[in-house]
Design a protein around this ligand. Sequence first.
Ligand code: HEC
Length: 400
Amino acid sequence: MSAVFQEWLNIVIRWAHVLAAIMWVGDSFLFMWLDSHLTNPSRKREGDVVGELWMTHSGGFYEMVKRKTLAKDELPPTIHWFKWESYSTWISGFLLLIVVYYAGGRAMLVEATSTLSHAEAVGISLSCLVGAVAFYDLLCRTPIIKRNRIFGVVGLALIVTVAWGLLQIFSPRAVFLQVGAMLGTIMASNVFFRIIPSQRHMLSATSAGEPVDPSYGYRAKQRSVHNHYLTLPVLFTMLSNHFSTLYSHAQAWAVLGLVFIAGVGVKYFMNFRRRTHPIILVGTVLACSAVAALTLPSSSTTTTSAAGDRVAWGAVKLILETRCTGCHAKKPTNPGFAAPPVGLTFEDPRDVYAVKDRILVRAVQTKTMPLGNLTGMTEDERVLLGRWIAQGALIPGASP
Ligand code: HEC
């Protein structure tokens, strides 16, 4: 696939994916919000009423009544379903995974030193998506499904274990996304295999005039609650490749687990506000603080020090030319890039100087550049680059 064509696909699919996800998450948030704001009916209403709610939006008033069941003759001619938001999010997400990670070259998935071939890495990634759905479904058939908190703790332990395992195989940048893709697939499968079929069953029982088995509605609700609490953590994993400090941490699995705790905690607070259990609030704050503490650059591990001989620009230029400008050039020679990634070129010393702090983070501290260490940058080169930056990143023409 030509790099330009790939970039077009990337733009179109990513756009669609973000839009679909906004709609899916929006539905999930709205319906959770509706459920938590229902009040007892203010006047007599017919049927099996759970609660009612008034809203105002876009120049009008909306009256909403939630009913658990409908009688056969009450079925409206049109009933709105919310499923394509989820299906289109998954389909566009899967296509994006193919375009960016599977067709994007081996360096997107594994480090250059890995023994896995590109095809093997793609195979593992795909099997993990299927395996995640199967395993989650098994877990939902165990008695812990009835105990939300225990289910949450077991789920978190599994996610962290899977992340740890994947970190042994994939590059850390790919691991966070892979975990997110697995959870996103579980969420979409919940809608496809559980929630929508349950609703369909309830509807067909109603139109046949038969009593509706409430266990269907109950199970669908359980899955939709799981989906709901996964939204913030999964959104984090989808955005995580912007945050190299988090995914490249030596204990990235722990960082991921803590971010998940915080994400679920924040969602819980959004749902229950002042009724939130204090333990949830404390846990969320502790998890956020722990992530901050873990990812603080520690003086003992950092390889940046100004001490030693002054590093000349010539030495840095050589490193950049051998390790970076295959991608970071106006016309990249790496066939995977039609244009310099994120617009960064390192051919002019002033461009290098302008982003020296990010170079320090990516190529020296977190070692997340070069991508998958495709160009085989050595530890000595990283130390040298770090020293040059610590000494003030002198470039030709600048006074020391
Ligand atoms: C194989 C191609 C490739 C090579 C080689 C490469 N990069 Fe990158 N670089 C990328 C891609 C793709 C991105 C955008 C994705 C990302 O940020 O992970 C990027 C982004 C960056 C960013 C900006 C991201 C930020 O966090 O602000 C910096 C800085 C960077 N690279 C520095 C370097 C340095 C320094 C080298 C050489 C030591 C290098 N890169 C080698 C592909 C490459």
